[in-house]
Design a protein around this ligand. Structure first.
Ligand SMILES: Cc1ncc(COP(=O)(O)O)c(C=O)c1O
Length: 479
């Protein structure tokens, strides 16, 4: 069994094994003709159930053969130009290379004595990101598992900075389009369901700052504490960016922590042409960035950044075995003092490799391409009488729905759109997402692949129309 341990004696076997795995994946990527096979849970579950985990195959070639049927054959492939579903990007090769290195070396980014240079590299990537945001000289941050955790940590810091022991008095303000992790964080932080005040959006799906001002005033008048305003820079559904300068001014006026959830919009930090869309982000107290959404990084790669690094102390706890207080005096750097996690992946290496190979402009150009594509897609949808499109994209999502001719029942229109999405997924020809707008069923393209073309968008719209019509034909005839 020792032959399976990765060490000096097995370096050659490691090379062979990983190379074989890379070759299988490379063959798969090259041969994949659609983003999905359309497999159903009922079809796949027995294949996975049939694997007896107590009877190992013994060698990795056999395990890779098996992996073909249990995973690779039917995976959802984000690199395919017709994957237009959720906020998943295709990944860049330097980042995948970084992933291979970090899992083999397996540093843990909690302490210096488990990572050495890894700690310094993460710190440099954090500083670079803070610099791009413009958070100032005292800024700091830490990598996290994703936007959900980044938002949770930011709101934890905001709660502690609010310096109120009566948690029931704390309020968080975020737009009705903000991510559900804001509500989840409030609950986890002991604030309860009423803590999040939902601010309506304008027709461009941006937080209405006038209403925010009124709600802050009401909060103050009721003797409650405005703990945080969460501005979203790139809402999950619409990619809309809240009016950051106006929100920053209100945060100043009410002495409130301003968090910017730029999980999606952070790609604009690298954009050679669109950075101005984030103007005002530099006034935030904390920022969430998900490199695994718009920097073409593999999951996971996210960070929470703060204007005042000292606020990260709210996540600091000491353990004799790990980070005793004396290490502060000894000036031994560690990241665990800033993190909610203990053992933690060296995800920063992926972005490091990306920046060292491609540079920030390279990443930003790719993100610009998907934003340009979204503008083209909007023009297509707006000109197509079969579709209703909700809002002109600020980043790269399009929310729309098929409007059949001669069908007026809103329920039938909802069902036709829902059916089209499901039928498309089952066909595997393309993957699109869905959401509700004003209670009605809509479809969504999240465009994050520069390889997707306007022709792909047009073709997928034809497919959706076909499935919707097929459904209406069948159901209305039988009704
Ligand atoms: C705006 C926004 N914030 C936070 C998140 C949560 O990020 P994660 O899925 O990485 O936890 C998402 C996910 O889609 C998001 O769109």
């Amino acid at each position: 069994m020792r032959s399976h341990l990765l060490n000096d004696a097995t370096a050659e076997s490691y090379r062979r094994s990983v190379t074989e795995g890379v070759e299988r994946v490379a063959d798969k990527l090259a041969a994949t003709r659609r983003p999905f096979t359309g497999v159903t849970p009922a079809e796949l579950a027995p294949v996975i159930d049939a694997v007896d985990l107590d009877r190992p195959l013994g060698d990795s070639s056999a395990a890779l053969d098996e992996l073909e049927s249990v995973y690779l054959r039917d995976a959802v492939y984000f690199h395919h130009p017709r994957y237009l579903g959720h906020l998943n990007c295709p990944v860049v090769i330097p980042a995948v290379l970084g992933e291979a290195v970090l899992s083999a070396v397996n540093s843990s980014l909690d302490t210096w004595d488990q990572s050495a240079g890894g700690t310094l590299i993460e710190r440099k990537i954090v500083d670079w990101t803070c610099g791009r945001i413009g958070l100032g000289p005292a800024a700091d941050g830490v990598f996290t598992s994703g936007g959900t955790q980044s938002n949770l940590q930011a709101l934890l810091l905001a709660r502690e900075e609010a310096k109120t022991t009566d948690l029931s008095r704390l309020r968080i303000f975020s737009s009705e389009c903000s991510h559900f992790s804001v509500q989840k964080s409030a609950t986890l932080l002991g604030l309860g369901q009423d803590a999040v005040v939902s601010i309506p959006v304008d027709r461009n799906k941006r937080m209405q700052s006038v209403v925010l001002a009124a709600e802050l005033e009401a909060c103050r008048a009721e003797g409650l504490v405005p703990m945080a305003i969460v501005a979203t820079a790139g809402t999950t559904d619409f990619g809309s960016i809240d009016p950051l300068p106006e929100i920053a001014a209100l945060a100043d006026e009410y002495g409130t922590w301003m968090h910017v959830d730029a999980a999606y919009g952070c790609g604009l930090l690298a954009s050679p042409t669109r950075r101005h869309l984030l103007d005002g982000i530099e006034r935030a107290d904390s920022v969430t960035v998900d490199f695994h959404k718009s920097f073409f990084q593999p999951v996971s790669s996210s960070a929470v950044l703060v204007r005042d690094g000292a606020t990260l102390r709210h996540a600091t706890y000491h353990a004799d075995y790990l980070n005793p207080r004396r290490t502060i005096a000894e000036q031994i750097p560690n990241q665990v003092d800033k993190s909610l996690q203990t053992t933690r992946r060296f995800d920063a290496l992926k972005l490091w490799m990306t920046l060292r190979v491609m540079g920030a402009d390279g990443v930003g150009q790719l993100f610009d391409e998907v934003c340009d594509l979204a503008a083209e897609g909007f023009a297509l949808l707006a000109a197509d009488p079969r579709y209703d499109v909700v809002v002109e994209p600020q980043i790269s999502t399009l929310v729309y729905r098929y409007i059949p001719e001669n069908v007026t029942s809103p329920e039938d229109i909802d069902r036709a759109n829902l059916h089209a999405r499901k039928a498309l997924f089952a066909s595997g020809e393309a993957v699109v997402a869905g959401t509700k707008v004003d209670g009605r069923q809509y479809l969504k393209f999240t465009l994050l692949n520069p390889e997707t073309t306007a022709a792909d968008i047009a073709a997928v719209l034809d497919l959706i129309a076909g499935y919707a019509e097929q459904y209406l034909g069948e159901t209305l005839v039988h009704a």
